[in-house]
Design a protein around this ligand. Structure first.
Ligand code: SF4
Length: 322
């Protein structure tokens, strides 16, 4: 039976105050966004999708723990947590992780279908997710029921947070509560994405399949439009078809290159992560600038800066993997 860890130094009083203030601020900001989606939907949707959300992937490159420490949904999850909650591991955890990956891809398609344009629908979804995270916190220990299993953001936190550029202290689990230790991102970002195995074996795991399919999902998202400009079938084909094409083509290419060059799995995962986030910012950077009326040149500069960040991150990740 797992025992609770006693390792991990407690946060100082100043660190606790700082994190608590930041968490309360983030939670209040999230409530304000939800209210804004109901009262000023157009403006708030623009702020959310073109201002706030695009910051997250870059923050994961720096350290996914930054967002995991602040995230209002994680705050709801840990507020609900109580002593004696169930731990998650083994097959149940693996199934919930797969559900989280599928939820992410469905939500990406949902953005095009309704979430990019209908503020009240997005507000309702966010409220439902916050409530679900709280309830799951009552049942499962610490972050096991949501943040470390079902959360649809977790797959990208793992993919982009596998080789953090900076150290950030995990403020929520001190000491670790052993809630879901199989591949916990907060304990070991490398082991969370790439257990010691051969690339071909890793690619057959759920996270391996997701990592290979995800660049195509992102490309498919940006190559289509919001409903109804694009019909429901067309946008589903672009996003899900993009994922499928990526799974087959990028999967075959990755298998070939990793076999011929005897690449270690960590290099493969880092390259796939860089490909996904690079594809995302190629489109998202100019789109964000344009959404707030910025000049095309500014969009190009922002895109170049983010490509530089992704390149630096990839070089660091590859070096660490050597
Ligand atoms: S560090 Fe990971 S396993 Fe430990 S309590 Fe936090 S989320 Fe759970």
């Amino acid at each position: 039976m797992l025992k609770r860890s006693t390792t991990g130094k407690s946060l100082s009083a100043a660190e606790k105050r700082l994190w608590s203030a930041a968490q309360v601020t983030a939670f209040v900001a999230a409530l304000a966004v939800i209210a804004g989606l109901l009262v000023y939907p157009d403006w708030t949707l623009r702020l959310a999708w073109f201002g706030v959300v695009p910051l997250l992937p870059a923050s994961f490159l720096i350290n996914a723990g930054l967002w995991r420490g602040l995230c209002p949904i994680a705050t709801a999850n840990t507020l609900g947590a109580q002593d004696g909650g169930r731990i998650l591991h083994g097959k149940t955890l693996q199934i919930l992780l797969v559900v989280g990956m599928m939820l992410l891809i469905v939500l990406i398609a949902g953005r095009r279908l309704v979430l990019n344009t209908q503020g009240p629908v997005l507000a309702g979804l966010l409220l439902a997710i916050v409530a679900a995270a709280f309830v799951l916190g009552r049942v499962f220990r610490s972050k096991a029921g949501f943040c470390n299993s079902l959360c649809p953001v977790l797959p990208v936190e793992k993919l982009y947070g596998q080789s953090p550029l900076l150290y950030v202290r995990n403020p929520r689990c001190v000491p670790c509560d052993l809630c879901s230790t199989d591949g916990c991102l907060d304990i070991d970002p490398v082991r969370a994405v790439a257990p010691k195995t051969r690339p071909l074996d890793w690619m057959k795991t759920p996270f391996g399949l997701f990592s290979v399919a995800f660049p195509g999902v992102i490309l498919g998202y940006f190559l289509t439009s919001d409903y109804p400009a694009a019909g429901a079938a067309a946008l589903a084909t672009s996003i899900f078809g993009g994922g499928l094409a990526s799974l087959v083509l990028l999967g075959a290419g990755t298998a070939l290159v990793s076999t011929v060059f005897h690449l270690p799995v960590r290099k493969v995962v880092a390259t796939l992560g860089a490909l996904s986030i690079g594809t995302y910012y190629w489109f998202a950077a100019p789109a964000s600038v344009a959404a707030f009326g910025g000049a095309d040149l500014l969009g190009t500069v922002l895109r170049a800066a983010l490509m530089a960040l992704v390149s630096v991150w990839l070089v660091v990740a590859i070096r660490r993997a050597a």
